[in-house]
Design a protein around this ligand. Structure first.
Ligand SMILES: *[C@@H]1O[C@H](CO)[C@@H](O)[C@H](O)[C@H]1NC(C)=O
Length: 500
């Protein structure tokens, strides 16, 4: 009776071998963003972005007083970046276009030949290596010329952004099939206007952040509609936005209401109008902010309402859910008279909610990030529960360290632990996670944290004029996971010469 034995044997092997496998078609990639890697801030006819101006005018706002003037010099070293993407075996490489490089005026009346060619070459080189380009249109680097006209607080930005998107779609849509309109509006609206720590350095927590929020949602929708109407048939691509979600959980069992509210302020503002059946702002949040605005003596809500027409413009403007995920917070209602804030990291003043972390969430180098891998699985289920059984594309996830060590075991553990949760989400919870993106492919310029925060699978030597890139242990680990299409790979406790 050898046949059943073989069946039993292969069934056992089957379980052991494939439990850790990712579904066929699941895609792995890594990401960067233009200002963080390109440098070449003043070459050719490129104009200044708000980050060029902010870092030049306010060195004190950056922890190491650095700028992105040169960064990883990817404007010149892009072939090395493509090589790295290939060494890692990436299925896709996510990068962003600098608006100021493609449209130096900010407007679409003039397209830079050099800008056009730079991204075209990058896209072609990736495709030649079998790597799909995943392109973000806006990753924090607004043309200063548009900032001078109010930037994201001017409702006309939706049109300006739409025009820019149309140029990019028409230049590259034949080759780029996955587009992200805007990256992390929570950061360039809430963090930026609530604290001034990001360009343009304007502090307007009451109005700036919420005006920006509404205009960001409209800008995304405009770009999606333009793709849908003018390009979809021809190019068959997909368009969404990349939302940064923090996982929130109640500090104790009495705090569910405070938790839901802060989750809606953080995650709902940029998702409910786009992904929910009803559209518009999350209703509980809209109510709370209207109430708070009245208490503060305003005649109307600080949260600008949507017209019916706007609601319809925005509703359903997605082809998948784009998720950037890093960390988590607990939430509880503030006690009477307790000082709350600053939003968005440890409190939400308008909601009277205080945020914190649990002792067993492992702090990373930066106090913003605590590792809590299970939160990723919970967050993925939350998205499914809120917005239905849609494709979820993880567009960023990564680990920050302050040292440049190549033997980054902490980062290896982070990726392994988070990818495990992705597998559980797919296999146990039935969530349709379609891809995973490591942030970042290479060390780069981390905004107000300058070059101190390192997220790279590859280390970059910022003292070297060529900005030499070298693989870390995490790069080797990730390359193995991609190659095996499985987490069932032996761990890298030490560096090997695989990628050298
Ligand atoms: C561009 O900026 C660099 C500093 O990053 C400077 O050395 C160079 O002179 C500038 N070039 C032009 C053409 O302004």
């Amino acid at each position: 009776m050898w046949l059943p034995k073989i069946l039993v044997f292969s069934a056992l092997v089957g379980v052991a071998c494939c439990k850790q496998n990712f579904p066929p078609g699941f895609k792995f990639g890594a990401a960067t963003a233009a200002y963080q890697v390109e440098g070449a801030w003043n070459v050719s006819d490129k104009s200044e972005s708000i980050w060029d101006v902010f870092t030049h005018d306010h060195p004190e706002a950056i922890i190491d007083r650095s700028t992105g003037d040169v960064a990883c010099d990817s404007y010149h070293q892009w072939q090395r970046d493509v090589e790295i993407a290939s060494e890692l075996g990436l299925h896709f490489y996510r990068f962003s276009i600098a608006w100021t490089r493609l449209l130096p005026n900010g407007f679409s009346n003039y397209v830079s030949e050099d800008g056009k060619e730079y991204y075209s070459n990058l896209i072609d080189a990736l495709l030649e290596k079998g790597i799909e380009p995943v392109v973000t249109l806006y990753h924090f680097d607004l043309p200063q010329s548009l900032q001078n006209l109010g930037g994201w607080t001017n409702p006309l930005i939706a049109n300006w952004f739409g025009e820019y998107a149309r140029v990019a779609f028409s230049l590259y849509g034949d080759r780029v099939k996955t587009w992200l309109t805007i990256n992390e509006p929570i950061v360039y609206c809430q963090v930026s206007y609530s604290t001034g720590i990001h360009a343009p350095g304007i502090v307007s927590p009451d109005f700036g952040s919420l005006m920006c929020s509404k205009n960001a949602v409209l800008a995304h929708a405009k770009a999606w509609r333009i793709y849908d109407e003018e390009f979809r048939q021809k190019y068959q691509g997909k368009v969404s936005l990349a939302n940064l979600l923090f996982w929130f959980e109640p500090e104790d069992e009495n705090e569910q209401e405070a938790t839901d509210l802060v989750q809606q302020l953080w995650s709902g503002v940029y998702t409910h109008p786009i992904f929910s059946k009803d559209g518009g702002w999350p209703p509980e949040l809209e109510k709370k902010l209207a109430e708070k605005s009245r208490q503060q003596g305003y005649t109307g809500s600080k949260l600008p309402p949507f017209t019916q027409e706007e609601k319809e413009l925005v509703g359903g403007t997605y082809d998948f859910f784009g998720l950037n995920f890093y960390t988590a917070r607990t939430a509880r209602k503030a006690q009477a008279g307790e000082k709350v804030g600053p939003w968005p990291f440890i409190g939400a003043p308008d909601l009277d909610v205080v945020m914190s972390v649990r002792p067993d969430w492992k702090p990373q180098a930066s106090q913003l990030f605590f590792s809590y891998p299970r939160a990723l699985r919970l967050q993925l289920s939350w998205v499914k529960q809120q917005y239905g059984d849609i494709d979820i594309f993880i567009l960023e996830n990564g680990f920050v360290g302050y040292d440049a060590d190549l033997n980054d075991q902490d980062r290896v553990n982070f990726y392994r632990d988070h990818l495990e949760q992705v597998l559980l989400s797919i296999k146990e919870d039935g969530v349709k996670v379609v891809g995973y993106t490591a942030w970042s492919m290479i060390d780069n310029y981390e905004w107000s944290d300058g070059y101190r925060s390192k997220f790279g699978l590859y280390a970059v030597d910022f003292a070297d004029p060529q900005r030499a890139r070298r693989p870390r242990a995490s790069a080797q680990y990730y390359a193995r996971v991609i190659k095996q299409h499985s987490l069932d790979v032996h761990d890298t406790n030490k560096l090997t010469d695989e990628l050298y």
